[in-house]
Structures are given as structure tokens and as C-alpha cells.
Design a protein around this ligand. Structure first.
Ligand code: CDP
Ligand code: MG
Length: 770
């Protein structure tokens, strides 16, 4: 039920009391029973704990829903707009009137901060203005020298496509994009939309940024790890490359922080827009089940609105919840339509990064006449994506965020309340084209009481191993970097130490915290440190070809598909590739070899299909494999050497996953040697319910639902482990029947942290305490 209102003068969105809310308070119809408990955060589904290094860099450091591949690219439907319509639309954007002012400022100042609400034209227009201005000036540009970064792959591809259409150009001509494992640019390309990770990689090899003319950091308010890293890198680059122009674009008013970071303080350009008023309603109590609440709310909106047009945008957590919401919504809508409660059909569309390109594009098309469109999305629709026609926003107040879990020693994907800033962004999505309404599925007291003012930067809730490796590779000391003001918000010493220990476990840094030869090579690959370590170990144990496949398979979303209705069949199919006691990593390898027979090498098409395997992800894995293989070859690794001994492959896996060695407690229950975290082997694993449990395993990730699960595990021999790193692990004999046991020898505390002598601090309390 909806209750209390607030008038929030400080926010751009008008919030006022509504008739509907009053009715709700009086206990009339609208939606849902009262919440039974204070549980804004009842994570109905998952709480995924993921090895920070189990996925390639970009996927791991990005939004949980970040796609692991390209999507929109070539398959996107051509626009139906004519050139005139496009031009009219461009000129109607709030940014258009400010064109000249923006250009004057940008070229006069090394750094410019641009703030403007979502949809004002920053991402699509501003880079074009720069492009046109440099074209006019006739200045020779290096190819791709105007760069605009995006935190999300989907956005980079989508926007590049849109801009190409607006310019009547082919994608990859004047305008292109580069995302990890996919580069759609050419010698002609002047403007590139890239993911932040791609630009960081480029800067790694060319830290002076000499070949760039203008670098635009878009969506800076998102504060991904990579955004923060870029800020530091560009601050440095500005000192080395005089002609460089940096533009920071943000949708929210965190601009002051960005300005304060640079010196001299950059000019601020504000693109003023007048949003339509949005009436904002809160529920009276907390909701027990946010999927259910959202479904009910959408149906109620649809019923009450009748034939009145206006689409609905629902902010849901992650893919699973979104799929569930869509399913239930469609089913319930069909029932209500059948019994005449509602008169018009609903068009329900999911939106998350993992979605196929065609499906993503569907959200932009207008619904058929008489139909209401409902988009159920992750926080991707908060700022980086604008859909016209949204009049109603239903906000669960939740998002899936990456959070570093100290007890588990890993990053976890967790359903969290969003920040007030996010909630306001979401609300604003209802008022873009006409006055709208936002239904918050949480009480007003939660907005002020539970929600943080702004989202904690990703840097402060993640494992920093990857950015430490990047910095070390660039010859920077992470600790020094933190101390010299190159982080917008410096991470804690402990967080840096933790990351350095992680790298030390991977043999990427020495005891003194310096990059090793192994670390040097690891940093070259656009993979997460664990995976690049696995790659090197693959060469070491002469099974690089197999390990390449495993890395590729770990780089795509799960290939196994297990629908609830056919769980047994799916399991039987999966078991074709599993043997016990064994390895889930090897099962991935066997699956890959089975699907792609030799002669498929040319066609790239899977030779065999399986019912419960996601073939799309398999094809993606194949593409990724080829790319990593080429990179590996380029760096002198030899992928051809192959060993037939499975143990070697397991050793390569173990070497990279030493950080995740776990010992069997009972049955399926294991505990991590390093962190003590306890978990149960996932029922989809080859090692689940073995007759003879493997005493030691390594695991790729932890997934938390009702309990903690170990996912993608491989049985290991304790002797391998102690042989690999006698400095960390030692074996001994235990038990009546002598068995090898594995124990921790030593893990250093402060790697590469500046050694601080005794510091004399005069205590302020001295006098009082005595
Ligand atoms: O970056 P900002 O949020 O300020 O705006 P934008 O992404 O440049 O969007 C400006 C306009 O372009 C909006 O009206 C969008 O609806 C439209 N647009 C589009 O039609 N198709 C896209 N793929 C991206 C933007
Ligand atoms: Mg934008």
C-alpha cells in the first residue's frame, strides 16, 4: 500500500501528495498486503559470491549484468527515422543550444566537467560536436583520437550505433567502438566509443596519451573501479601531454568532487533541463517479496490506467528476478485479460546486459496500439539508457551490486538497497516526456533512514588486485598512488594490502611488492589476474591449448542450462561430461571439444547441439578463445604444446586458484584454507555427492543463496599444492591411515606498503586522560 509522501525541495523531481496515495492510506484497494517485517532487503533469490578473479576484468568489475560479449553491433535494426527527423530530434535536445559554448570551453581548458540530466544529449551529441569542430578546423587527427568511455559494453555499442546512424555513417567508419574482444574501428575512425577497460589498456602501453586529442569520461557518476582509475591516469597524462583535452560527463550533481580533483579547477557546464513533475508514492510498509510487489503494482497501474497511454519501467535487481517478474507478469496479465479485469494487453520486455541484441532493441520500439509496454530492467535504465514514453516507474529500491565480503575474502554480488541519488534518478525516468508517477516499493522512512545519500564507489567495495596489477605494470606503486591524490577517494591501506596479498598468492609480486616476470606477463592480458595466471600455468604445464579453452569457457555466462521442469534431464546431459572424482573445469573442456569438432574450425559453427547447453555462449567462448590465443601467441607463449595428461591441466588450474584451496569437512562441505570460509559443493558439480570425497579441492567461485555454495571446483592432490608454493603451504601426515594433510605455512601481511618507522604522535587527550 502506498502511504506517506514527501516534498523534496532539494530534488529536481516534484513529489507531491496524490489522490491515489490518500486512498491507499485509507486502506483501499491498491496492491499488496502490508509488509510483515522490516525487510526491504529480503533477497528472494540470489546472493552471489564471486571470486573476484574468476571472470575477466571487465565482466568482474562492471555491473553484474554486464554482458560478456558484444550484442548490439551489426544485428541492430536500421532506424526508420529520416534524416530530417533525426536532425529535428538532435536540435530539440537541451544540449543543442549550448553547442558553441561547450566547444569554446572545451578547447580553452584542459579539463571540463559537464553535468546534465539523462537524455539531455551528452553521450550522443557532445562527442559529435567535438568531431565536427575538429573536422572543420581541418586538424589532422590520429585515428580514433576522440574517445568517449562508457562503463557498460551495451552502452558503448548502442551509442556508437546510434551516432553512426545520426551521421549517416557505417559503424566502423568515422564512428566506431572498441570493447574487450571486439574492435569495430578502422583507419577512418575518428570518434570511438570504448569501455573504460579498453582505454585503460591503451593507456597502459601509452601513458602519455599522446595519440589522443579529446578523452571524454562519460557516466562518471557511476564511479566504477575503472572510472576512478581513469581519473588518476588522466590527471597524470594531462601533465605529460599539453594538448590533451579531458571532458568529464555526469548525470548527477557530484560534479564538485570531480572538479576538486583537478587543478586548476575545471569549468563546469550545466545542461539545464526542465523535467516534468513526477508524483512519488511510497508503500506504507516494507514489502516481503519485491518481485510479487512489483508485479502487483504494474498490474494495478495497467488496470487503473485503462486505455490511457503511458509505458511502465520497473527497476528490478538482476537477470533471474527480471525473468521471474516478466514470466509472472505475462501470466497474470493473460489471466486478467481473460476474465475481463483488464481490457488491454501488456507487452512485457526484460532489459539486462546479458540479453540478446534483438531483445534489447525491442525496448526502444513503440508498443502496438492499445498495448502498454512494461520494461523490467536492472539499473542499466537508470542513466545509461533512455527509453521514450515512460510515464510510470516502479522502483524496488534494490540493485545487485558488487560488494567485497571480508569474511569470504572475495567480491560478492549482493542485492542491496540503492542510494538516494539512484532512487531519484529512477524516479526522474518517469518525467522525461510528460508528467509521470513513481511507485517506490518501500516506505518513505526507508528513503531517508535506510538509503545512503550516494552509492559507495565500486573501488571501496571490491577486491583491488586487478587495478594494483595494472598500476604496477605502469610502474606505479598503488600505495604511493593512493597517497599522492590520484584516487578520487583513496582506498584503505588494508584494502591495498589485501589486493597485494592476492597478487602475491598468484606469484605476480615479490615479497617486496614488486612486479615479477609472471606478473608482467599477466598484466598484458585483458583478463582477471586469476585467469591470466592460469594461462601462464597452462604454458608451464604444457597444456596451454586446453587451458585457453577453460579460460574462455569461464569468461562467458554459464553454458549449462538447467530449467526447473527438466532438472533431471539437464543433469543427465551434464553428467556426460563429468566423471568422479573430477573437475568441473575439465567438464567445460570436454563439452567444448564435443561441441566444436575439428572441421568446425573453419565454419565457427557448433557441430553438435545439446539440449541443455547454451549454444550462444559456446560460440562466444570460441570467439574469446581465439582472441586470447592470438594474444598469447603474440607474447611468445606457445599454445601448440599439448599434453594428454589431465593432471597437468588440473595443476594449471590449481596453480591459479591456490587462493581458493578448500579442505573437506564432511560430505559436500568444504572450508577454505586461506579464509576459513565454509561452503557446500553445488549440486551441479561433478564433485557433488561423490562416494569418496576428495579431501582437497580448488574452487572458482562462491555463490550464496540460502547457504554458501562452491561452484566450478576441481579435485587436487595436496602434494601438488605444497610443491607449488612450499612457502605458503606445507603437507604433513595425519590420521590412523596416513593421509596427507595440507596446512598454511605463511602469508605475508604488508606487501609493498611503505615501511613506516615508529611514529610519534602527541595524543590530544593526554591532558584529560592522565
Ligand atoms: O547522455 P544523455 O543521457 O545526456 O543523452 P543521450 O544518451 O545522448 O540521449 C539523447 C537522446 O538520444 C535521447 O532522447 C535518446 O532517447 C536518444 N537516443 C536514441 O534514440 N537511441 C540511442 N541508442 C541513444 C539515444
Ligand atoms: Mg549518457
Amino acid at each position: 500500500e502506498f502511504g506517506s509522501m514527501r516534498t523534496a525541495d532539494e530534488h529536481p523531481v516534484e513529489i507531491r501528495e496524490s489522490l491515489m496515495a490518500r486512498k491507499a492510506r485509507e486502506g483501499s484497494e491498491i496492491v499488496n498486503n502490508m509488509a510483515r517485517q522490516r525487510a526491504l532487503l529480503k533477497a528472494k533469490t540470489d546472493y552471489t559470491v564471486r571470486n573476484p578473479t574468476a571472470r575477466p576484468t571487465e565482466a568482474a568489475t562492471k555491473e553484474p549484468d554486464e554482458p560478456a560479449d558484444d550484442r548490439m553491433g551489426a544485428q541492430m535494426p536500421e532506424t526508420t527515422q529520416t534524416r530530417q527527423q533525426i536532425r529535428a530530434a538532435q536540435q530539440a535536445l537541451p544540449i543543442f543550444k549550448m553547442r558553441q559554448g561547450i566547444l569554446d570551453t572545451v578547447f580553452a581548458s584542459p579539463v571540463t566537467v559537464v553535468v546534465g540530466s539523462t537524455g539531455s544529449g551528452k553521450t550522443t551529441q557532445l562527442p559529435q560536436y567535438i568531431l565536427e569542430a575538429t573536422n572543420m578546423a581541418g586538424k589532422p587527427l590520429y585515428p580514433g583520437s576522440i574517445v568517449c568511455t562508457q562503463p557498460r559494453r551495451v552502452a558503448a555499442v548502442g551509442v556508437a550505433h546510434r551516432v553512426a546512424v545520426e551521421r549517416g555513417a557505417v559503424l566502423g567508419g568515422e564512428v566506431g567502438y572498441s570493447i574487450r574482444f571486439e574492435d569495430v574501428t578502422s583507419d577512418q575512425t575518428k570518434l570511438r566509443y570504448v569501455t573504460e577497460g579498453v582505454l585503460i589498456r591503451e593507456l597502459m602501453t601509452a601513458p602519455t596519451a599522446a595519440k589522443y586529442s579529446v578523452i571524454i569520461i562519460d557516466e562518471a557518476h557511476e564511479r566504477t573501479i575503472n572510472t576512478d582509475l581513469l581519473f588518476g591516469l588522466l590527471k597524470q597524462a594531462l601533465g605529460r601531454h599539453r594538448g590533451l583535452r579531458v571532458i568529464v560527463m555526469s548525470a548527477t550533481l557530484e560534479a564538485e568532487k570531480f572538479r576538486a580533483f583537478f587543478s586548476p579547477t575545471p569549468p563546469l557546464i550545466e545542461i539545464k533541463t526542465k523535467p516534468y513533475p513526477v508524483e512519488c508514492l511510497h508503500t506504507i510498509g516494507y514489502q516481503d517479496d519485491y518481485v510479487d510487489s512489483a508485479v502487483n503494482q504494474v498490474l494495478e497501474i495497467h488496470r487503473a490506467q485503462g486505455a490511457c497511454p503511458g509505458d511502465v519501467l520497473v527497476f528490478m535487481t538482476g537477470q533471474e528476478d527480471i525473468d521471474a517478474t516478466c514470466d509472472i507478469l505475462e501470466q497474470r496479465a493473460a489471466e486478467l485479460l481473460a476474465d475481463g479485469t483488464i481490457a488491454h494487453p501488456l507487452l512485457v520486455l526484460p532489459m539486462y546486459g546479458m540479453l540478446k541484441a534483438e531483445e534489447q532493441m525491442r525496448i526502444f520500439s513503440p508498443p502496438p496500439p492499445g498495448t502498454r509496454k512494461v520494461i523490467v530492467s536492472t539499473n542499466i535504465a537508470e542513466t545509461s539508457l533512455t527509453v521514450d514514453g515512460i510515464v510510470h516507474v516502479v522502483d524496488t529500491g534494490l540493485a545487485k551490486l558488487k560488494v567485497f565480503s571480508a569474511p569470504l575474502g572475495m567480491d560478492a554480488l549482493k542485492v542491496c538497497p540503492v542510494s538516494q541519488a539512484s532512487a531519484m534518478q529512477r524516479t526522474g525516468r518517469a518525467g522525461r516526456t510528460q508528467p509521470g508517477r513513481c511507485y517506490r516499493l518501500y516506505p518513505e522512512t526507508a528513503f531517508t533512514g535506510d538509503l545512503l545519500e550516494s552509492t559507495v564507489p565500486e573501488l571501496h567495495r571490491s577486491n583491488l588486485a586487478n587495478i594494483c596489477l595494472t598500476l604496477l605494470k605502469m610502474g606505479e606503486s598503488p600505495h604511493a598512488w593512493a597517497e599522492t591524490g590520484l584516487f578520487l577517494d583513496p582506498p584503505s591501506k588494508e584494502a591495498l594490502n589485501c589486493a597485494m596479498r592476492h597478487l602475491w598468492m598468484l606469484e605476480a609480486v615479490t615479497d617486496e611488492g614488486r612486479l615479477t616476470r609472471v606478473g608482467e606477463v599477466m598484466a598484458v592480458f585483458p583478463l582477471d589476474p586469476v585467469l591470466s595466471r592460469m594461462l601462464l600455468a597452462g604454458e608451464h604445464y604444457r597444456c596451454l591449448s586446453e587451458v585457453l579453452t577453460i579460460i574462455a569457457m569461464l569468461s562467458v555466462p554459464s553454458v549449462w542450462y538447467s530449467p526447473a521442469q527438466a532438472a533431471e534431464k539437464a543433469k543427465a546431459e551434464r553428467q556426460l561430461f563429468q566423471s568422479s572424482p573430477d573437475s568441473d573445469h575439465l567438464a567445460l573442456l570436454r563439452l567444448y571439444s564435443y561441441v566444436f569438432r575439428e572441421d568446425s574450425r573453419t565454419s565457427g559453427k557448433p557441430k553438435r547441439k545439446l539440449q541443455f547447453v547454451n549454444m550462444q555462449n559456446m560460440v562466444k567462448a570460441k570467439k574469446i578463445r581465439e582472441q586470447i590465443r592470438d594474444m598469447a601467441k603474440k607474447y611468445g607463449l606457445n599454445p601448440a604444446t599439448t599434453t594428454l595428461r589431465e593432471d597437468n591441466i588440473k595443476k594449471a588450474i590449481a596453480r591459479a586458484l591456490l587462493i581458493n584451496v578448500a579442505e573437506c569437512e564432511t560430505g559436500n562441505r568444504y572450508s577454505s584454507l586461506l579464509t576459513g570460509a565454509k561452503g557446500v559443493i553445488h549440486s551441479t558439480s561433478a564433485l557433488y555427492d561423490q562416494n569418496v570425497a576428495s579431501r582437497y579441492i580448488v574452487f572458482n567461485e562462491l555463490v550464496q543463496t540460502k547457504q554458501i555454495y562452491l561452484r566450478t571446483v576441481t579435485a587436487v592432490d595436496p602434494n601438488w599444492i605444497s610443491d607449488m608454493r612450499p612457502d605458503i603451504f606445507r603437507t604433513g601426515s595425519t590420521g590412523p591411515v596416513t593421509r596427507k594433510s595440507l596446512a598454511l605455512a605463511a602469508v605475508p601481511d604488508n606487501l609493498g606498503a611503505p615501511s613506516v618507522g615508529p611514529v610519534m604522535v602527541a595524543s590530544r587527550d593526554k591532558g584529560r586522560r592522565a
